[in-house]
Write a protein that binds this ligand. Structure first.
Ligand code: KDG
Length: 326
């Protein structure tokens, strides 16, 4: 019998069902919705799995059809769901979002008291990936600590175990103002950034942690908190990264003819960055791969739909399209 491939990455959070408006327009006029699976860390897990990396996802879903859909989706994508527990007594979290061509989309959360928000340190203690020939990388976001005290403690526990195991820790700030205020988020972001090796976020999120500034300044300030690398995601402008040695790298975005759905682009970026770094590529190449994954994500509706597989990513990076059938 062949041995199972070793887990490389561990991540944890709340995976939700996302009901996404079928057509662009305001929520009040949206009458039809498509069911997708979402959740920042789950998006990263699927992004990494599509690029051939083995990821353990730790979380909880309810004992309901939506929980089953999440389990099937993640398992079907090749994510290790041994750490995803079906918890009786609380529902799977749901979000509903409109699609807008102009301006940000309105999101409604139905996740207070959800199974996913009850994530706790014991879920982390029970998960594979931290011990023995364990994983090399832990990815966390600023969403999970905002869900509940036990979810915040679970993130802390994961960081503690990852540190003890010598794993690389990445943090995507992912500020969600519907979950907490900037004043509540800021000290938690800083405390997490102090313990992470790689910190990423957009300029708005980074400013909450370290004060307003231009992207390069924000990246440098995040590094000053303790990370060896900080990346500011700039959407259509690409990304800028600063390293502890004082160097700064700017990386342009891939041009996208039509943005169909920007939600999930940041998670795709994180997946591309982590994959490239695990593969031993340098910062410049990691940013290029991250930007390509972000571009692929915005060209499809739903958080996960556009996440590229390896062949698609290679085509994007080479600037070639596949065969066109006429
Ligand atoms: O990054 C996209 C996520 O924000 C989305 O999938 C939902 O995780 C989510 C959240 O909590 O907002």
């Amino acid at each position: 019998m062949s041995e199972a491939a070793p887990v490389e990455v561990v991540t944890l959070g709340e995976c939700l069902v996302a009901l996404v408006a079928s057509a662009p327009g305001p929520l009040a006029e949206s009458a039809a919705f498509e069911r997708h699976i979402a959740g920042a860390e789950a998006n990263v897990a699927v992004g990494l799995a599509r690029l051939g990396h083995l990821v353990v996802y730790i979380g909880r879903v309810g004992a309901d059809g939506f929980g089953t859909a999440i389990l099937r989706k993640l398992r079907g994508e090749g994510v290790d769901v041994s750490g995803l527990t079906v918890a009786a007594g609380a529902p799977t979290g749901v979000l509903i979002r409109e699609r807008r061509v102009l301006g940000p989309s309105q999101v409604l959360y139905y996740r207070a008291g959800s199974a996913g928000s009850q994530l706790a340190p014991e879920d982390v203690d029970a998960a594979t990936g931290f011990r023995g020939a364990g994983a090399r990388w832990l990815h966390v976001t600023g969403i999970t600590p905002a869900l509940s005290a036990s979810a915040r403690a679970a993130v802390d526990r994961a960081i503690e175990l990852a540190r003890a195991a010598g794993m690389t820790i990445s943090l995507d700030l992912n500020l969600r103002r519907r979950l907490w205020s900037e004043a509540e988020a800021a000290p938690v972001f800083r405390a997490l950034a102090e313990r992470a090796d790689v910190v990423m976020g957009d300029a708005d999120e980074a400013a909450v942690a370290v004060g307003a500034g231009d992207p390069e300044t924000l990246a440098r300030r995040l590094v000053a908190l303790g990370a060896s690398t900080a990346v500011i995601k700039l959407g259509a402008e690409g990304a800028v990264a600063a390293r502890r040695d004082g160097s700064v790298v700017h990386s342009p975005a891939l041009a996208v003819a039509q943005v169909l759905d920007p939600v999930g682009a940041g998670d795709a970026f994180a997946a591309g960055f982590i994959a490239a770094t695990l593969e031993g590529r340098g910062l410049e190449a990691a940013l290029r791969m991250a930007n390509a994954c972000g571009a692929a994500a915005v060209a499809a509706v739903g958080d996960m739909a556009g996440l590229p597989d390896r062949a698609e990513l290679e085509q994007l990076l080479a600037g070639t399209a596949g065969d066109t059938l006429r």
